[in-house]
Design a protein around this ligand. Sequence first.
Ligand code: 13P
Length: 245
Amino acid sequence: MTHIFANWKMYLNFSESMILANQLATESYDTEKIHLGIFPSSLAFTEVEKLYRDTEVAVGAQNVAWTPKGAYTGAVSAHMFRNAGATYALVGHSERRHVFGETNEDVKKKFDACLDAGLIPILCIGETKEDLEAGKREYRLKKQLMSVLEGVSKDATFFVAYEPVWAIGTGEACDHLQAAEIHDSIKKELNTYTVQPIPVLYGGSVNHENVVFYLPHQSIDGFLIGSASADRDHLISLLNAVVAA
Ligand code: 13P
């Protein structure tokens, strides 16, 4: 089973989100092979969730606030997303870290809030180009895992997404052999924090052409896809490529 998680970021307005969600709802793909998850904007969330309720398609939040309720203008909490039908939530996405200045401490609060609310958090981690050039990839990934996972119950259910910052939206995907090796080391590291098998997704410039190279690797459980997931033809080609592989 390959997880294909579509992070629509802020690419689609409400009408565009509903057009794409409706188009996807009419497509048939092999649900034995693919577990599809859609992460629409907060604006489109409830309508997309309604469309996919009681189907195989999961719907998740792109971002959550950690306090369940209160005077937090503009925020939507993990608890509110859970109440509205979300299964998953992204936490620590590189754009939240680098554009909105989220720290590892913020990411931990969001992760813990998701578990508290009954959402499955997808902890996004990844090194920057500077980290890579300074030989600090391993250090960065371990630190991002440790700062969130220390103290978390060993039987907590969550995912990790390895998304190298330099590969996001650049067309410069991480080589599949390298990605598989990093996933292996992430999984080894995860053994210190959990007794559960934790799916680890790869993200960063995945498209219908390169996805097939990652598929044979056992340590890659699926993909978190940005721009290629916000376009019907690209996403359908990608699903078809995964099914055909
Ligand atoms: P791209 O697929 O556009 O590189 O984005 C990856 C990503 O950030 C998914 O969360």
